[in-house]
Ligand binder design. Structure first.
Ligand code: 5GP
Length: 216
């Protein structure tokens, strides 16, 4: 897909945004996240820290920072997290890193986090947060997709289905909800949301000087 050509509007200074994608696992969020990161070099993934062991193919520092319990405890004590939560018996957290300064400079971040993390980020920084929830077209399809992954046992899948139901119940705490019937269409919608949110007046900090100059 071609990137949008740079217009005068794109060149104006603006605050970055915290673009949160949540969904029950298996609803396609990881696929959509990857498509977005590949298509849009202006948004960076916020890589989370987790105590869960890596799945086959997952790389430290790319998909997650994989740490043990002691290291996670240390990070909590040192206030290194924006937010953290227990998910499926492991802990996951968003490291502060350089996010706050980068936002001021106009850098956008993508967060693949659950509803608990979303709530915490929203409480800390409402103006920069955009919350998008992805729903599967049906529960049967969700289960198919979870089985298709082939990496988890029946017990894990049953637990994930249970968890999926409870995750879905938080759909109404999001700004946007997209049903993922087809990954390409879902991605296109998510991209439209991101593009529109970038144009929000309060994010476009360069508008005041721009309009002043227009009027002079
Ligand atoms: P998975 O183990 O399948 O990669 O992720 C399990 C769940 O943890 C997903 O719903 C994912 O969005 C969530 N998650 C991943 N990173 C974070 C994080 O930093 N904070 C929170 N609150 N949830 C996270």
């Amino acid at each position: 897909m071609a990137d949008s050509t740079e217009t005068q509007d794109d060149a104006l200074a603006r605050r970055g945004l915290m673009f949160i994608l949540s969904s029950p696992s298996g609803a396609g969020k990881t696929t959509i996240s990857r498509m977005l990161l590949d298509a849009d070099p202006a948004i960076k993934l916020s890589v989370s820290v987790t105590t869960r062991p890596p799945r086959p193919g997952e790389k430290d520092g790319v998909h997650y920072y994989f740490v043990d319990d002691a290291e996670f405890d240390r990070m909590v004590e040192e206030d290194d997290f924006y937010e953290w939560a227990h998910v499926f018996g492991h802990r996951y957290g968003t490291p502060k890193g350089r996010i706050r300064n980068a936002l001021k400079e106009g850098q956008d971040f993508l967060f693949d986090i659950d509803w608990q993390g979303t709530q915490q980020l929203y409480q800390k920084d409402q103006q920069d947060v955009v919350r998008v929830f992805i729903l599967p077209p049906s529960i049967a399809e969700l289960e198919n997709r979870l089985r298709g992954r082939g990496t988890d046992s029946d017990e894990v899948i049953a637990a994930r289905m249970e968890r999926a139901r409870s995750e879905i119940s938080h759909w109404d705490a999001y700004d946007y909800v997209v049903i993922n019937e087809d990954a390409g269409e879902c991605f296109a919608k998510v991209r439209e949301i991101l593009d529109a949110e970038r144009m929000k007046r309060q994010r476009q900090t360069g508008l005041i000087p721009f309009v002043r100059q227009l009027m002079s």
